[in-house]
Design a protein around this ligand. Structure first.
Ligand SMILES: *Cc1c(COP(=O)(O)O)cnc(C)c1O
Length: 491
């Protein structure tokens, strides 16, 4: 018999003990509705510590900034404020939120597209501004002069790095100035030196490739030389985010699954997704076309380990490890992980409303949630949800001998409202009243796309933490770091 195409999610504490408290989770959804997002703030502090220990092993200093856009939670941002982490914000609302959650301006940076009000608040409070291009720099400088604002610390965001000895060329980006055009930007900085202080350079590349990132980091070191040659005193290289998460417990499952997807795209096995969706693959006269457009669910080196590997990578033309290059120059290294800091920080719960057997032998499961409540589909696929049967304990290791192919439908009047287009295999069929737990959804899945379609309420979000008497919870906006586990006995 063929091996079932399970995609078992990677599960670590605190999500494992949280799932084991199935009764607690059922009670929460009974009281607060489905879907429900649960975040575990203490884990984000552990993830920061993981990045910090990589810094320490390379003797490096600098900010570990959380890219706020990956989750809107107040609990997570407040918990972070209680660590040594910094914040990377990309909108006026995010900046206000970071300030209100306890971040002082010296621990905040603004990136991305900016409106005049955002520039003003950043400059007024003394937040660092990442400059995306000439126009931004001119605008900021004139704003500072017109409103007599304090001098603003800026990082110059660069893109399109190219190597002389290597062929890798980082891709074009809507953000940042091509590294080759730095001189022009520095002319503008010099002209406005009383309004802006260049404290360093940055990049954020949307790629998993170490080679591309090594090239960019080395390009930043060269850019710092250019700044210094003009008498500037830059000290920070900010290498953005994109350290990634490993979502899957077992890499062999990913190999097996993606190879079967290829066969399905070529019509050599039954479909693995709704209406034979094939994630970018197609077949023309028996030849495979296209490429798999999926975030790699299995990433053996992700998060802080990915940073470690990058720092060990030799600079493409200068040869020494990148960490050495930074140390030699006494530069601070800044990182802006979004997804990676949210690894294992949350899950999304949905109530099963109906289970129906279809003529083709698959089952349709209708959930009290819709696709936008747990949105990963544009970039990847959801791992198998964990079934929390009502009134039964959940155990991490179920010996699955059976499997049921199910499609997970949402609650909107849309044919296309599927939580995942993937045919999901479950070891046991859920019944109405059971919960499906989508784990590790804190990074981008939870609230990035959530909306009030059909007047349906947005999912509530709660912060869960372990106190002396087991799991406790508060609504996300009622949580402050004095409620985390180690402090629980003090209040
Ligand atoms: C989105 C973003 C990040 C975070 O990216 P992740 O892949 O979530 O780590 C960091 N920096 C900037 C400028 C971003 O736009």
């Amino acid at each position: 018999m063929a091996v079932p195409l399970f995609l078992d999610p990677k599960l670590e504490p605190p999500l494992t003990p949280l799932l084991a408290s199935s009764r607690f989770l059922h009670d929460l959804v009974d009281g607060l509705g489905s879907p429900l997002n649960v975040v575990v703030p203490d884990r984000i502090a552990e993830n920061v510590a993981g990045f910090r220990s990589v810094y320490r092993s390379h003797h490096l200093e600098g900010d570990i900034s959380f890219a706020h856009k990956a989750n809107r939670s107040s609990a997570l941002v407040r918990r972070l404020a209680a660590t040594g982490a910094a914040m990377d914000v990309a909108s006026l609302g995010e900046l206000q939120h970071a300030l209100a959650c306890g971040f002082t301006p010296d621990r905040i940076g603004v990136t991305g597209p900016k409106e005049p009000e955002l520039f003003w608040l950043a400059a007024r409070t003394g937040v660092t501004v990442h400059i995306e291009g000439h126009a931004e720099l001119e605008f900021l400088a004139s704003l500072v002069r017109r409103h007599e604002l304090p001098r603003v610390r800026v990082l110059l965001r660069l893109s399109e790095f190219s190597g002389t000895a290597v062929k890798v060329l980082s891709r074009r980006s809507r953000f940042g100035v091509p590294a080759a055009e730095l001189a022009g930007l520095l002319d503008v900085c010099e002209r406005h030196h009383e309004a802006v202080e260049v404290i360093g350079v940055s990049y954020h590349l949307d790629t998993t490739s170490l080679d591309e990132k090594a090239l960019a980091l080395e390009g930043c070191v060269r850019a710092m030389d250019e700044c210094r040659a003009r008498g500037m005193r830059p000290r920070v290289i900010d290498i953005g985010g994109g350290f990634g998460v490993n979502y899957l417990a077992d890499g062999a499952q990913w190999e097996h699954y993606t190879s079967q997807l290829t066969l399905a795209a070529m019509g050599r096995r039954e479909p693995l997704a709704w209406r034979n969706h094939s994630y970018g693959l197609s077949s023309e006269g028996g030849t495979l076309r296209g490429s798999l457009e999926l975030y790699p669910s299995y990433r053996p080196v992700a998060g802080a380990d990915y940073l470690d590997e990058l720092l060990r990578t030799p600079a493409p033309t200068l040869g020494r490890p990148l960490a050495t290059l930074l140390l030699e120059n006494l530069y601070d290294l800044c990182v802006e992980p979004g997804r990676a800091l949210l690894d294992q920080c949350g899950l999304t719960l949905a109530r099963v409303l109906e289970t129906r057997r279809e003529p083709d032998g698959t089952h349709s499961i209708r959930l009290a949630m819709n696709a936008d409540d747990c949105a990963l589909e544009e970039h990847g696929i959801l791992m198998d949800p964990v079934v929390l049967h009502r009134g039964k304990p959940w155990r991490a290791t179920e010996n699955a001998t059976d499997s049921f192919g199910v499609y997970l439908h949402g609650n909107l009047c849309l044919e296309s409202d599927l939580i995942t287009r993937r045919l999901v295999l479950l070891p046991r069929l859920p019944v109405p009243g059971d919960l499906l737990a989508f784990v590790n959804t804190a990074g981008y899945c939870m609230d990035f796309n959530a909306q009030h379609a059909q007047q349906r309420p947005l999912a509530r979000k709660v912060a869960a933490y372990q106190g002396t008497g087991g799991w406790q919870w508060r609504l996300d906006d009622q949580y402050w770091p004095i409620h985390s586990a180690e402090d629980a006995h003090e209040v």
